[in-house]
Design a protein around this ligand. Structure first.
Ligand code: UDX
Length: 441
């Protein structure tokens, strides 16, 4: 009989994994403690924006292959393999990860198991967590039932989550037995048939692969952004610099887009949690460079605000148009979004801030209700003293100066993602500012 899967936690990661597994032919039960989310998913309504996922969800909810529940008892009786995909956010006021949701999911699930099962952690956790959870599973599983734990980090990118889940560029499994590995080979048979590399290893390596990958990506972004600080002083073109070093195959061009920096639910909290964890391990100096990565990243936001202040002199009463609040395009996620942070700071400095994001207005309004949320570029830029491009949605990248000229009060634009054609805007008489560019050059 085909394996039956459960996915505990139905956020960006879990909902995608559940729908993708159903697409691959498994019967899947998604589990979450939030009844509103479960209701919505059972109705085929995805509670967040992710391209391609609504279609998958609707298809498999209709076929009956994909269901959602709040009941761990149902999950325990249903599944052969249980994926843990709950969040591990940054702990309030600290750098370490909050493992409350992981611990609670593992406890509730293990206690509800009625047959031998494999539990597979997908959440990003500090190294050493799987080993601790293995004991927790042993202690909470009912007598007579055998449960094994494996760790299988997830590398999906928001905006490409479906593709990354169906066709990942590698699979990593940390486990302790051939049985666990065999089961996961069954689950991932489709990816493996495409030649996807599979790395089978121990818990610690599997946990570290995920944080190492994210720390490396964050480092790449802050590396190019640190050079932005130099070109802002001496002149030069950060985009050309990135292209030129990117031609070196050992470096590569990806993740060298200079701009307002990284945000989202992963990179910022993962580099902080990694540093906190290695300090706990007595390696105080080992990851201190990540502090610098974080600081370079946050300074990009200061610089963006500074560019606006420089253009307007006085923010009090100024009319500012913000294009984009999501942490990146093709997402409605505003967790640790540099764009939303800058919009909020400008508002706090006394400016009137009109905002338009194609998908993230509603999530942004929950965090900062006082910004003026608009339904279009036109509405947001009306009477603007300065226009800020903060998230590189395709429609913003394609903006032409002529589209805004009759709307704005003053022709000032800050391109915080380095995506516009400088000459075109300057030739049309705009004051163009960008990160990584000497002011007014
Ligand atoms: C990231 C990892 O890429 C993914 O593998 C992991 O599973 C989860 O974390 P995600 O958070 O979806 O994925 O976003 P990503 O595409 O990595 O972008 C992160 C941030 O970096 C965004 O704010 C983006 O705008 C920024 N970024 C990215 C840059 O500023 N410059 C770049 O060149 C690339």
């Amino acid at each position: 009989m085909a394996l039956r899967l459960t996915v505990i936690g139905t956020g960006y990661l879990g909902a995608t994994h559940a729908a993708a597994m159903a697409e691959l032919g498994f019967e899947v039960l998604g589990v979450d403690v939030d009844p509103t989310k479960i209701q919505s998913l059972n109705d085929g309504d995805l509670p967040f924006h992710e391209p391609g996922l609504p279609e998958l969800l609707q298809r498999h909810v209709s076929s009956g292959r994909l269901r959602f529940t709040t009941s761990f008892e149902e999950a325990g009786a249903f599944g052969d393999v249980h994926f843990i995909a709950v969040g591990t956010p940054q702990r309030a006021g600290e750098h370490s990860a909050d493992l409350t949701y992981v611990d609670s999911a593992i406890k509730s699930l293990s206690a509800s198991l009625t047959k031998d099962s494999l539990i597979v952690g997908k959440s990003t956790v500090p190294v050493g967590t799987a080993r601790r959870l293995e004991t927790l599973v042993r202690e909470t599983t009912p007598p007579g039932v055998r449960a094994e734990l494996a760790w299988n980090p997830e590398f999906l990118r928001e905006g490409f989550a479906v593709e990354d889940t169906l066709r990942p560029d590698r699979l990593v499994i940390g486990c302790k037995s051939d049985t666990a590995e065999r089961r996961l080979r069954e689950v991932y048979a489709y990816s493996l048939s495409l030649g996807t590399p599979l790395i089978c290893t121990d818990y610690e390596t599997a946990e570290l692969v995920k944080v190492a990958a994210n720390a490396f990506l964050a480092t790449k972004i802050s590396f190019i952004n640190a050079f932005s600080e130099v070109t802002e002083v001496v002149g030069g073109d950060i985009r050309i610099l990135a292209d030129a070093i990117g031609h070196d195959k050992r470096i590569g061009r990806q993740f060298l887009n200079a701009g307002i920096g990284f945000g989202g639910g992963c990179l910022p909290k993962d580099i902080r949690a990694l540093q906190a964890r290695v300090s706990e391990l007595g390696l105080d100096r080992t990851m201190t460079f990540l502090n610098e990565i974080d600081e370079v990243n946050l300074r990009r936001r200061d610089r963006t605000v500074f560019l606006v202040e420089e253009l307007l002199e006085n923010l009090e009463g100024a009319q500012i148009a913000v294009l984009g609040t999501a942490f990146k395009p093709n997402s409605d996620d505003v967790r640790d979004s540099p764009a939303l942070d800058v919009a909020a700071r400008l508002y706090a400095s006394g400016a009137e801030v009109s905002v338009y994001d194609p998908q993230a207005n509603s999530n942004s309004a929950k965090r900062f209700p006082r910004l003026n949320y608009c339904d279009s570029i036109i509405e947001a830029t009306e009477e603007a003293d300065v226009v800020l491009l903060l998230t590189e949605w395709q429609q913003f990248k394609e903006l032409q100066p002529a589209q805004l000229e009759s709307l704005v009060r003053r022709k000032n634009i800050v391109d915080a993602r380095n995506v516009l054609n400088v000459c075109q805007w300057e030739e049309a008489g705009w004051q163009y500012r960008a990160l990584g560019r000497k002011s007014g050059s």
